[in-house]
Ligand binder design. Structure first.
Ligand code: ACG
Length: 394
């Protein structure tokens, strides 16, 4: 079912911002290699239908964030075919055996014209931001979508534009002069680094909280979450707090126990910043991240038990979202359980939207529980108990 037909469902869940993963034409199923920044992947619609969708989203009181992978393009982008100098080419002295720091993947790739750099693989050549022309082209892209009416952007691979953070920050400053301040940067790094980007782009994804919270819940000990909250205390209102994404295992696979998982959601619903639900996590959809099969964590949203019917996306054999396993919307809307309990938390957050910009005060551990106050125009005390796996609001 397209986004348009899902708006009622999203409203009912009290979602107020929609993050669309890349919607541009792309040869890859996930869309992170863009072949044209100025149009819409024809399987989703066209520019006219997108403009109409934005109006509808705004009319329903929601905002839309567009995922924008600017660091690289697809090899099928016309720039890679016709403007070779927009990319990074090996010269004498380049170490073409250079490896990616986090998983050892090759970074330089051979072609008829020589070796080119592609941090995310041979299908995704890196743009060369040393060229002023490249910078001005990507600024045009940002301007174009802002004028179309999107509220903000997710800046993919934000720390990789240049090789140093300082230059990246200056670049994102230029971008946000056009994009405004409701953007989220994707910087998978320590909080010290992530925070630099959050200050400029508006928000950043909270990788530090994500890792620490899951560890604490799995181990049944508050320590990791407590120390992450201490690290983040002064800046946490600038974060998108999430529990899974298209780059990680789904939270229902990481934390199968319903009580524990509900508390993980209760934590992000009771922290300043923006709580994020990765589509399908509200229905307990499972999926284990495998870099060679990332589709496993991006399976179609299960509207129906049969996984077929009006509006149901069908795309390949499914590994996780199997028919008749009780994880579809059709089945979950009818019964008590995780989905209904999670909706109580989205209602709580929606009725207390002041928490977005609140301060964490008096953060402490008592026994096996984390306790803190949230304060801004209102005040409340939150207790997360890591023995009973229960969150209380006082
Ligand atoms: C984004 C998207 C992702 C997309 C691309 C490329 C980028 O979300 O879906 O790939 O468009 C790195 C990059 C991120 C990138 C991920 C996948 N994500 O920085 O921008 O890879 C370490 C590194 C990180 C690294 C991470 C990956 O530092 O840079 O992310 O590992 O696991 C602590 C440390 C922290 C460390 C973590 C994890 O937190 O502080 O430094 O992070 O532990 O160890 C898509 C597809 C790809 C395709 C590409 C073209 O998914 O398959 O190739 O597009």
């Amino acid at each position: 079912m397209g986004v348009k037909n899902s708006l009622g469902y999203l409203r009912d869940l009290l979602v107020d911002v929609i993050w669309l993963t890349p919607i541009f034409p792309s040869p890859s199923f996930h869309g992170y290699e863009v072949s044209d920044y100025y149009s819409i992947n024809p399987s989703y619609g066209d520019l006219e239908s997108f403009k109409a969708l934005i109006d509808e989203i705004h009319g329903a009181g929601m905002k839309v964030i567009l995922d924008l992978p600017l660091h690289h393009t697809s090899v099928q982008h016309i720039w890679f075919k016709e403007r070779k100098n927009f990319y990074k080419w090996a010269s004498e002295g380049t170490n073409i055996n250079e490896r990616r720091s986090w998983d050892g993947g090759f970074v330089w790739h051979p072609s008829k014209s020589g070796y080119y750099k592609g941090l995310f693989g041979p299908c995704a050549p890196d743009l060369n931001f040393e060229k002023e022309e490249v910078v001005s082209e990507v600024l045009n892209v940002v301007r174009f979508w802002k004028e179309i009416g999107v509220d903000g952007f997710r800046f993919d691979a934000a720390k990789h534009i240049y090789d140093d953070h300082e230059r990246n920050i200056s670049f994102w400053k230029k971008v946000t002069e056009i994009a405004g301040n409701f953007n989220v940067s994707e910087v998978w790094d320590s909080p010290k680094i992530t925070d630099l980007y959050a200050k400029v782009t508006g928000y950043a994804f909270n990788f530090h909280l994500f890792g620490s919270l899951i560890r604490s819940i799995k181990e049944g000990k508050p320590d990791h979450l407590f120390s992450a909250l201490l690290d983040l205390k002064s800046s946490i209102s600038r974060y998108f707090n999430f529990l899974s994404s298209h780059d990680t295992s789904r939270i229902a696979s990481q934390i199968p126990d319903v009580r524990r998982r509900l508390m993980a959601f209760a934590v992000i619903m009771t922290l300043p910043g923006v709580p994020v639900i990765y589509y399908g996590d509200e229905l307990s959809v499972t999926g284990v991240y495998d870099p060679y099969f990332p589709e496993d964590v991006m399976e179609p949203f299960p509207w129906y038990e049969s996984m077929c019917g009006d509006g149901q996306t069908r795309w390949k054999s499914l590994r996780y979202t199997l028919p008749h396993r009780g994880m579809s919307y059709e089945s979950q809307e009818r019964k008590d359980g995780f989905f209904k309990e999670l909706k109580k938390w989205t209602r709580f957050r929606s009725e207390n939207s002041w928490i977005d910009n609140s301060e964490i005060e008096n953060l402490r551990v008592e026994g096996n529980a984390i306790i803190y106050n949230l304060s801004s125009e209102k005040f409340l005390t939150v207790k997360h108990d890591f023995e009973k796996f229960q969150t209380d609001i006082m």
